[in-house]
Design a protein around this ligand. Structure first.
Ligand code: GDP
Ligand code: IMO
Ligand code: MG
Length: 428
């Protein structure tokens, strides 16, 4: 039996979806513990590409059970869209996809508030995904949210919705001057009563289930969303998400004891990206950044509508920080192939701030904007890695780059990903 947590070590989009799908073959249960539909986890299988925002990325294996823990904020519209999309691909999730009773629900007004808060911030925008995540977590902690267990009881739901929607209507009008029409309110009410009925077939006490499965010696993956640098406590606040992506959050977000977590695996890109605003010490704003973006296909979700991701060199200070926060024992290094055509590759081992050298990510956010990355340069391998299957077949220059990263982050790289497909993976 083993339980592992898969976490992002940078600013999200490290390839957690690919790795979770890949590892799922040897696991029985895959659980999401935080975040919501702000996530976008890509799994490429044969000629199909799936982007999971809520569903655990192991869902393509039809013998796996997938659960969404209480720590997630759930947009029912996205959930049912994802389920329908899988149905269109002939993949059935009934009786193997479950959502916790205590999971909080995202409503359309959360998305409206997410958008308005961003608009009102002008130059201090976070660049959120506008999926309503932040406002839904805010309601959770203000104790004004509704949860899955509220939605599934149709008799008591109607008065709860009436009260809540009236309250929110009042709030939006008074604070933001936005008038929700009676028709919009009715529409939300009808939709959520309908979602509640549909959700009935998916509810579960996730904490109890996982405890039983752990006792039955089942193998479980806890799939993190976002990454350490987006953690609301430990990331580059306020340019962060509204939950804790780090591994400790599994215990809260799935109701699992810390005694039951066996291992934490960190996912790191061979370079760095960030989507949205906020500090990014190794960002490349020049043509090299553009080259990384193009080679790495660094566009959020569908390339035609997606936001471009900011790109830069690998930042070992950041990944070392993520290792500390998560207790990472192994790193999966992804997208090494994206560097195939670079003559020179840099990696940042330390920061210079003023005339002081920092080997650890500063906790004082005043310092973060003053960071000057100190780079080490290595020779690029300038050949295609996409078909390499064994570590010994990697060019020496690529091996040297991997070794340099391992030294800098003080952690072993156990798996190297050289393309989006399951098969494009090297187990070291
Ligand atoms: P996640 O949010 O951490 O799951 O990552 P995303 O799915 O948002 O972004 C990772 C992107 O890189 C996706 O388009 C993946 O299909 C792709 N990808 C994952 N691993 C590799 C790799 O090793 N090489 C290349 N070229 N693409 C990869
Ligand atoms: P995955 O799981 C990359 C970023 C947003 C924004 C900030 C806050 O695919 O790695 P939010 O909507 O959460 O309030 O936005 O966090 N962000 C992500 N960036 N990958 C993600 O998820 C992200 N989820 C949120 O771009 O900067
Ligand atoms: Mg993503």
């Amino acid at each position: 039996m083993s339980t592992i947590v898969i976490v992002g070590t940078q600013w999200g989009d490290e390839g957690k979806g690919k790795v979770t799908d890949l590892f799922s073959e040897n696991y029985d249960i895959i659980a999401r513990y935080q975040g919501g539909s702000n996530a976008g986890h890509t799994v490429v299988l044969d000629n199909d590409s799936f982007i999971f925002r809520l569903l655990p990325s192991g869902v393509l294996y039809e013998d796996k059970v997938c659960v969404i823990g209480n720590g997630v904020v759930l947009d029912p519209e996205v959930l049912f869209q994802e389920i329908e999309n899988l149905q269109k691909h002939g993949i059935d999730v009934s009786k193997r996809l479950f959502v916790d009773y205590k999971t909080h629900i995202i409503f359309p007004y959360h998305k409206i508030i997410d958008e308005i808060l961003e608009e009102n911030k002008n130059s201090r925008k976070i660049g959120t995904t506008k999926s309503g995540n932040g406002p839904a977590y805010a309601d959770k902690f203000s104790r004004t949210g509704l949860r899955v267990c509220d939605l599934i009881h149709s008799e008591s739901l109607a008065p709860k919705l009436d009260f809540l929607l009236e309250q929110k209507r009042d709030y939006l009008a008074k604070i933001y001057g936005i008038d929700l029409t009676a028709e919009q309110i009715k529409d939300i009410k009808d939709k959520y009563i309908h979602y509640g009925k549909k959700l009935k077939g998916f509810v579960m006490d996730v904490s109890l289930f996982l405890d039983e499965q752990i006792k039955n010696k089942k193998n479980i993956i806890f799939e993190g969303a976002q990454g350490a640098m987006l953690d609301v406590d430990h990331g580059t606040y306020p340019y962060v998400t509204s939950s804790n992506p780090i591994a400790g959050s599994v215990c809260i977000g799935c109701g699992v004891s810390p005694m039951h977590i066996d291992k934490v695996v960190g996912i790191a890109k061979a370079y760095a990206t960030r989507v949205g605003e906020g500090p990014f010490p190794t960002e490349l704003k020049d043509s090299l950044g553009q080259k990384l973006r193009e080679q790495g296909n660094e566009y959020e979700y569908e390339p035609e509508t997606g936001r471009p991701r900011r790109c830069g060199w690998f930042d070992a200070v950041v990944v070392k920080y993520a290792n500390r926060l998560n207790g990472i024992k192994e790193i999966v290094l992804t997208k090494l192939d994206v560097l195939n055509s670079f003559e020179k590759i840099k990696l940042c081992r330390k920061y210079k701030i003023g005339n002081k050298i920092y080997r650890n990510f500063p906790a004082d956010s005043e310092l973060i904007n003053l960071i000057e990355p100190v780079y080490e340069e290595v020779e690029g391998w300038e050949e295609d890695l996409g078909n390499v299957q064994h570590f010994q077949d990697l060019p020496d220059k690529a091996k040297k780059f991997i070794q340099k990263i391992e030294d800098a982050i003080e952690c072993e790289i156990s798996v190297i990903s050289v393309g989006p497909e399951r098969t494009q993976t090297i187990f070291k």
